[in-house]
Design a protein around this ligand. Structure first.
Ligand code: SME
Length: 161
């Protein structure tokens, strides 16, 4: 299979427009959620040059580190803990302009300054994973990122058991 090229950009709107087509191509005939999450992490990381992009999967009563791109990260996060655990518990996208001002933020890297976490639901509508994106810039995420990342993550729904 000819993989679509990843084109780095600082323009969010352009980047998301490009990603949408690449993501569709990557998902064609793909049925494995882990493989899809891995490629999606790479696509986002290398398009926008974010510090860390990856997934945590819901396994029992905690989130467990899944496919990601970036420095090593903490492996397990409890429900309601940190930004990821909050997005899971409240089933909503959480945008954090300054991680130092988020009570209970779990600092995996001193380079993470802002972040966005998007809950991903399976076919039953229950949260089965979260997408976590960390930026080394303060206040790097807007409602555009929230909307676009939520839409892109919806493509994973049929792949989740
Ligand atoms: N930022 C997360 C922890 C995971 S790392 O950033 C990869 C949080 O507070 O939930």
């Amino acid at each position: 299979m000819q993989l679509p090229p990843i084109i780095p950009t600082t323009d969010r709107a352009t980047g998301y427009a490009t990603i949408a087509a690449q993501w569709k191509a990557l998902l064609q005939d793909e049925t494995d959620a882990i493989a899809a999450m891995a490629n999606f992490s790479a696509l986002l990381k290398h398009t926008f040059n974010w510090h860390w992009v990856g997934f945590y999967r819901v396994l029992g009563e905690e989130l467990v580190l899944g496919p990601f791109q970036g420095p090593v990260a903490c492996v397990r996060i409890g429900k309601g803990k940190g930004v990821c655990g909050t997005a899971w518990a409240e089933d909503r996208t959480v945008v954090v302009p300054d991680v130092d001002l988020f009570p209970g933020h779990i600092a995996c890297s001193p380079h993470s300054r802002s972040e966005i976490v998007v809950p991903c639901c399976g076919r039953s509508g229950v949260v089965v994973a979260v997408l976590d994106v960390d930026s080394s810039e303060l206040d790097d995420f807007t409602s555009l990122d929230a909307r676009m990342l939520e839409t892109l993550c919806e493509a994973l729904i049929p792949l989740f058991a």
